[in-house]
Design a protein around this ligand. Sequence first.
Ligand SMILES: [Zn+2]
Ligand SMILES: [Zn+2]
Length: 364
Amino acid sequence: MQVTTPEMEPTPFRRDLLRLEPAGLYCPAGDFFVDPWRPVDTAILTHGHSDHARFGSKRYFAEASSESILRSRLGKEIDLAPKEYGERWKLGNAWVSLHPAGHLLGSAQIRIEVAGRVAVVSGDYKRQPDPTCVPFEVVPCDLFVTESTFGLPVFRWPSPESVFDSIHRWWRENQAAGRTSLLMAYALGKSQRLLAGLDASIGPICLHGAVHGPTQLYRNQGVSLPETFTVSEAAKDFDWSRCLVLAVPSAQGTPWLRRFGEVSTAMASGWMAIRGTRRRRAVDRGFVMSDHVDWPSLLQTVKETSATTVWVTHGFSNVVARYLREHGLSPGNTLDASPLETQFQGDAEDSEEISSSPEDETGS
Ligand SMILES: [Zn+2]
Ligand SMILES: [Zn+2]
């Protein structure tokens, strides 16, 4: 079993499979980048969040169901070749295919095979069920590139059923007290996942404009979501107190909220697992729901891929890489794990800076 320290260079072979360049993760054999943060000739994108899908590359490849999301974010005119999950194609000397990441609609892991060696760049991913996207698929590989947004033992997600039970209870309590329920979440991905799990028989569901846009893209892709309306469609004397309003966090404290009368505020985010976050964000309730892997699922996934080399990107990359190096995942099995300096910042969705990046929440 190969034992290396993070300071050691990857073997020459792996450099040919995948390496870090100033523009991002690069596959020399196929002459393409994965989620580059600078304009390049060929970019393969894992998903439509703004820290992964950046403007300016000459041509893009991405999963077919993410096409409308990417065109709405990067421009209708981009040169984008849609690929189905599991479809293999060749770029230079590399075979490439996309596999479900379970993060949001059209999110993909990129599988790269060069001369029988396989690298998988997972992008952002989760293992929890989400009716709005295809579930994560374990792809065996030699080199696995994982995110670590929530890579600390404190992060363990409750089941989605129990989270939705809590949301529904909160909604009913608010109705009984004559308060409007204001639930805040990231516009792309999280909002649609929430929408799909909400019990629309409890009351009407209103969408903030920034949530409505991406939601329509999901509906156009055939994702079934409950009926919703926007503020401009409501009658003047509408009784908001029975309503659940789904909004972006940047709506908090704005005049837009005045129409709703008395509100109870809540936020759905992985960060709500940390004591104190709810108070800092000044919301009445916090619901723990994330579109990223939690600590146990991260370790489980690394193990299931059978990778011998793991590169850890955005989040707690040093902690996770050190843990994997020191503990391995089974007795006597050492992992070559190192943190990777990327420019993936974590989605605004699950970042503490969520309200400071309104540009990212427009969903346009
Ligand atoms: Zn993401
Ligand atoms: Zn990300």
